[in-house]
Design a protein around this ligand. Sequence first.
Ligand SMILES: [Zn+2]
Length: 413
Amino acid sequence: MPKYPDPMSNISNFKIIESTLREGEQFANAFFDTAKKVEIAKALDAIGVDYLELTSPAASEQSYNDCKTISSLGLKAKILTHVRCHMDDAKLAIDTGVDGLDVVIGTSSYLREFSHGKDMEYITNKAIEVINYIKSKGLEVRFSTEDSFRSDLVDLLSIYKAVDKIGVTRVGIADTVGCANPRQVYELVKTLRSVVSCDIECHFHNDTGCAIANAYAALEAGATHIDTSVLGIGERNGITPLGGLLARMYAGDKEYVKNKYDLTMIREVENIVAEAVEVTVPFNNYITGYCAFTHKAGIHAKAILNNPSTYEILNPQDFGMTRYVSIGHRLTGWNAVKNRVEQLDLDLTDEDAKRVTAKIKELADVRPLSLDDVDTLLRTYHHAKGTGGHTSVFDKIDTPDKIADISVPKQTK
Ligand SMILES: [Zn+2]
């Protein structure tokens, strides 16, 4: 935590709008049938995300029906759907029973010229009409621009001011093309914070790898809501990933994040989504990547065994994960090997652990050893010590393959 907390910062007070069932549907491989949408919605609700955002009911008949189905599940999370700034879309969405509408319209010169072809006056009037209508039906309404970072700042601020004045629930900033960096985000959100009084939602694409950092910078500058998707899936290479954002926010305020969200559910929802869209969870994924809590270098292993915080900002237990200290390689150290001796409950001295470590390093120069290999060496050494033959017990083992030839002594003590 910073020494002098910034009064604008919301890193200890933010909400997650989970968009796997909207942005995530725009991922190249995504196709969720109703049953899969319901399964994903329930798993996300179990984590405790504040909102679920669904594909517009105007997209297709099934999308309309799925909005109705998920709205009637009785989840704790509020249900939103994402619609164009258009009366027909708004009316259709309200019919589905959602709690709120996320309204979007493009304001960048590119979108105005090459997409919808409307000027700012038209956009502002349309926004006011649609927002007033949604509010009159008693629903939450967010108004977002698209491609906000390539929109004219004066245009942006004037339209946000106009919708804030008529009581919009939230305004949204969207880095639709993934061009923004944390400093630009901080500046824009801070400026926006000073001209509107409503909540501020942010949506960041990850084309240049800034989606999590941008979300954090936005919250520091006073944003209140962040859009995420599971594994970051979305249009192109996606948006801020839910797991990665939670890791970042945990590092910012552990107690707040632990108390608000069930972090042990992250792995399950990632597995559901990964399977549904036919991808594997990346090896270096935040929290759940297979090596996320593996410690290898001898110096790291020693310190981790003494106090995990030395090399861990995230406690694996808080995420339902386990730490693994890798010891069968040439960078290993005797402290880690000694720790394994204790796990196996073998009666060996530090001197013994150092001797076996020297053998592990020698063999691991040929190829890495499995934990079974390491255990075999330790048990063999321990057994030989009982008969006084431990100083020469490894003489014939000059390659890792010969470990397999050792018949492992039965006793453990
Ligand atoms: Zn997007």
